[in-house]
Unconditional design. Structure first.
Length: 206
DNA sequence: TGCAAACCATAAC
DNA sequence: GTTATGGTTTGCA
């Protein structure tokens, strides 16, 4: 039986769905309803579940990880994620995305070069990411250094997440995961670019 | 800059 | 099966 647990921390609702000591999907949102409905949209249509009022230790621990990542802190990502139902391609994209360190971002195109497929296909995987923000799809941006989009909350949320992940890095680097190489650049580059071009950051529309 | 075409894994018919 | 849809990129005017 799938168990769903939601919790409000510092004004944001976090939600996890777990089964057999594994995380099946996660979410967060402004309201309990938005977090919950996002969770449900990631589940098969008629899967049965129960909403926990008293969390298991595992659910509580999972929520804590969500909150830690959300706050831009370095998290210990030792959670078991249930990926059995995902396609091979999706798993590859999620895996390489999870290797992007805090304080850096990468690009849709860079990821598609590493794992195959096209930038759009990578974007599709991100949009359907079952493990936000544990799998840091907010660290994937467009190659022109603009944010792109963010389906779980919009680009304002993406921007805030990245802002909290600033670590003061100054140069890009290449990380290697399973022999595949991926360029990552300091998140500061994106923040700088965003404040310069964003309509709401400088009070100007265009 | 702005637009159009190519990109390719999924979801929806 | 086939078509439609993107969290994109690139090239060309």
């Amino acid at each position: 039986m799938l168990e769903i647990y939601t919790k409000n921390m510092d004004g944001t609702w976090f939600a996890v769905a777990c089964s057999q000591q594994k995380v099946v999907t996660t979410s967060f949102g402004e309201t309990q309803q938005s977090a919950l409905s996002h969770i449900l949209s990631n589940l098969p249509y008629n899967m049965s579940f129960q909403v926990l009022h008293n969390p298991t230790n595992f659910a509580e621990a999972a929520i804590t990880v969500l909150k830690t990542v959300y706050d831009g802190k370095d998290a210990d990502l030792n959670l078991q994620l249930e990926t059995a139902d995902l396609s091979v391609y999706t798993k590859k994209v999620l895996k390489i995305t999870s290797a992007i360190p805090v304080g850096y971002v990468s690009f849709y195109g860079a990821i598609s070069k590493a794992v195959g497929g096209s930038p759009r296909a990578v974007g599709n995987v991100m949009a359907a990411n079952p493990f936000v923000p544990i799998i840091p799809c907010h660290r994937v941006v467009k190659s022109d250094l603009t944010l792109g989009s963010y389906s779980s909350g919009g680009i304002n949320v993406k921007f805030e997440l990245l802002k909290r992940e600033r670590r003061g890095f100054t140069s890009s680097r290449i990380i290697s995961i399973n022999g595949e190489k991926l360029v990552v650049v300091p998140v500061e580059l994106i923040l700088k670019n965003h404040t310069r071009t964003s309509p709401w950051a400088n009070n100007k529309c265009k």
